[in-house]
Ligand binder design. Structure first.
Ligand code: ZN
Length: 282
């Protein structure tokens, strides 16, 4: 018997595109404007600058992907494209907003954001001129020329990497009930079991033999464990899935390393109900 893993159908509802692309772009324009204006007012560059860049990028991608999913989008590829577009537009808007603040400094009346927005050629030559003198200081010196372009390139990589990576990840997530057209409820870590050989667990569950979980038994002591995540349709009760991860506590005591044993595998309502009947551990 072929293991019956859950996979997005690739379909999407009528609202998925307007929400993911339209809503995602509007959110990216707003967020990019806030990010660009904030950056223009923080004159010193440090690690925190790159953390903020990653957060901005994550915001562009995550909002577009979540809106796409909210519109019943079950296509990782299309969700990832929405996140990519939002990340690019968000970063472009951040440049526009940054320039509008930088160019109107020292009391001078600068061009409006709209003036900058509609003229990418002038925008690029202005940025080139700024790059010759430097824009802000890093540990006391103002980088210019190649160094500044490298820093700007790094910033763009972080923003786009975070946006596209997180967006694609979110678009690929979740379990959708194609029977009734709803996203399933996900209960991550619903059950914790004792550690067990991963390959054996995978083989048994792929063959729908869940009795092996009884033999492994609920987690009896702190340490490594198997975490079971459940997804089930609360509306029609027809779609049920279970995923398994192996957890190994980190040596510094901060959380656990998580290793995927089994991604969401379709299962029967009976198995799902049985797993949910296991008392939740503290
Ligand atoms: Zn359903």
């Amino acid at each position: 018997m072929q293991p019956n893993y859950y996979k997005h159908s690739g379909k999407f509802g009528a609202l998925a595109l307007p929400l993911g692309f339209g809503g995602g772009l509007v959110a990216a324009v707003l967020l990019g404007t806030i990010y660009g204006q904030a950056m223009a007012r923080i004159p010193v560059v440090g690690k925190i600058t790159f953390v903020i860049a990653a957060l901005a990028g994550a915001g562009y991608g995550a909002i577009a992907a979540m809106l796409f999913r909210a519109g019943h989008g079950r296509s990782t590829a299309v969700g990832a494209i929405a996140a990519t577009l939002a990340s690019i537009v968000g970063h472009y808007m951040a440049w526009v907003a940054w320039l509008s603040v930088v160019l109107s400094r020292n009391g001078a009346e600068g061009p409006s954001m709209l003036d900058i927005l509609v003229d990418p050629g002038a925008m690029f030559s202005t940025i080139s001129r700024i790059s010759e003198v430097g824009a802000w200081s890093v540990s006391g010196s103002a980088p210019s020329g190649t160094v500044l372009w490298l820093l700007w390139g790094l910033e763009a990589l972080i923003v786009l990497g975070a946006g596209i990576g997180l967006g694609a990840g979110l678009a690929s997530g979740g379990v959708y009930c194609e029977q009734c057209g709803t996203w399933c409820k996900e209960d991550e870590g619903r059950v914790h079991l004792n550690p067990a050989p991963k390959d054996a667990v995978k083989q048994h569950l792929e063959a729908q033999d869940f009795s092996v979980l009884n033999q492994i038994g609920p987690l009896s002591q702190p340490g490594p464990s198997l975490r079971l995540d459940l997804a089930y349709c609360e509306k029609c009760d027809k779609t049920h899935a279970v995923a398994v991860n192996a957890l190994t506590p980190k040596s510094d005591g901060n959380g656990s390393d998580v290793e995927l044993v089994l991604s969401y595998l379709h299962t029967s309502p009976d198995v799902s109900r049985w797993l949910r009947s296991i008392p939740k551990q503290a």
